[in-house]
Write a protein that binds this ligand. Structure first.
Ligand SMILES: *Cc1c(COP(=O)(O)O)cnc(C)c1O
Length: 381
């Protein structure tokens, strides 16, 4: 990666391969630089092939995909949408775009994702008040599959459709099946820090052809079939460009390798930090789940060590190593101060005690030693 600071170890920098440029060249040679063209079709086909989804629409961001996905599920003004509190804000912002209200749910301590018991509690509570949520958003944070079997059983029992925010989880699986294909709609992000990147981009997957068509329609300003510009519905400019889709095609060729590398990084940290008392790696894989290990994280147990995650972060910074706190739960964000929350202690604890370590697939073993040495330097003295 090129930057002003070659020595800096970043959290999760882009990692390009050898073939992205070929696709870009071809697009420019053939004059396909609009948000339409063979790379776009090919990128969507690649994602369908990998996930097994029936249809894919490449979009300008993961956030745009969540926005249109919620709209597919019929979310509109005044509706309520269930969502884990422990996630990036982009999971929940589209709920607000649509004039709906998020209902937040706590995590469970193993996968750090939505807790099936708290989810049931929320649904029972809402049912008593005759409130039926329009949708449930599932997030596989840091690439870790949530407890899908339990969570989907609860969603089904209460008849709530599921949108899977797999923005961080491309290449992760549950019962061998790629994430994003368990709900009605699945979402990926190809932002610069994700496991694969198009510099910026996203994708929506679904098995329903009519939904895919609708998303293409909305994403290109909802133009009715007419020779002039005719519009009956609200649309957006959300389509991915054919140029960026070319980068995506090159990146998709590397997916298996990138997942393998990130999993090796997690395993390396686990082995080399085992001897540090009070430190644990996370999150943990659920039964039947396999994570792409997008980010490796640590939790510091305050009863066993005096160093806080923030002190650790600042210490790593003095070694020119980037680390970052875990996501700050959304129910603690001023933006969502009004939103109801079921539980909260699990995700709040994760936020207070956790830190994300450099996990980029371009890391060398010497980089990993640099992180581990710096960690031991403060934690074991
Ligand atoms: C990155 C991310 C998104 C948003 O994707 P963008 O492509 O950046 O819009 C949504 N949800 C989660 C959990 C993410 O990590």
């Amino acid at each position: 990666m090129r930057s002003q600071d070659y020595d800096r170890l970043y959290l999760s920098p882009p990692h390009l391969g050898r073939h992205e440029l070929n696709y870009l060249h071809k697009a420019i040679e053939d004059n396909w630089v609009a948000p339409v063209g063979p790379n776009l079709d090919g990128f969507e086909r690649d994602i369908c092939e990998f996930t097994g989804a029936g249809h894919c629409v490449a979009l300008s961001s993961g956030t745009a995909a969540i926005h249109l996905g919620l709209r597919l599920l019929g979310v509109g003004p005044g509706d309520e949408v269930l969502c884990p509190s422990f996630t990036f804000v982009a999971t929940a912002n589209p709920i607000l775009y649509l004039g709906a209200r998020p209902i937040f749910v706590d995590s469970e301590a193993e996968t750090w994702n939505i807790c099936p018991e708290r989810l049931r509690e929320a649904l029972e509570d809402m049912q008593r008040q005759n409130r039926r949520p329009k949708a449930l958003i599932l997030v596989h944070l840091y690439g870790m599959p949530c407890r899908l079997r339990e969570v989907l059983a609860v969603a089904q029992e209460f008849g709530v459709p599921v949108l899977e925010d797999a923005a961080e989880a491309l290449g992760s699986r549950y019962e061998g099946q790629p994430l994003s294909t368990f709900g009605e709609v699945g979402v990926f992000s190809f932002n610069g820090n994700k496991i694969l990147t198009t510099s910026g981009g996203g994708a929506l997957v679904t098995n329903r052809p009519d939904w895919a068509e609708k998303v293409r329609f909305w994403a290109t300003q909802a133009r009715d079939p007419a020779p002039h510009y005719q519009h009956s519905e609200l649309g957006y400019n959300y389509r991915l460009s054919n140029l960026l889709a070319g980068i995506g095609r090159g990146q998709m060729e590397l997916l298996a390798d990138r997942v393998k590398k990130r999993r090796e990084i997690y395993a390396w940290y686990q082995e080399h930090l085992r001897a540090v008392p009070g430190l644990t790696l996370g999150p943990q894989e659920p039964t039947h789940g396999q994570s792409n290990r997008w980010l490796s994280c640590v939790l510091l147990n305050p009863t066993e060590m005096a160093v806080t995650p923030e002190q650790l972060r600042l210490h790593l910074e003095t070694h020119n190593i980037e680390s970052r706190p875990l996501w700050k739960p959304l129910h603690l964000q001023p933006l969502f101060a009004e939103a109801p929350m079921y539980g909260g202690s699990v995700c709040t604890n994760l936020f207070v005690h956790g830190l994300c370590l450099p996990s980029g697939s371009s890391m060398q073993e010497s980089d990993l030693h640099r992180v581990a040495d710096a960690l031991r330097g403060i934690l074991l003295t």
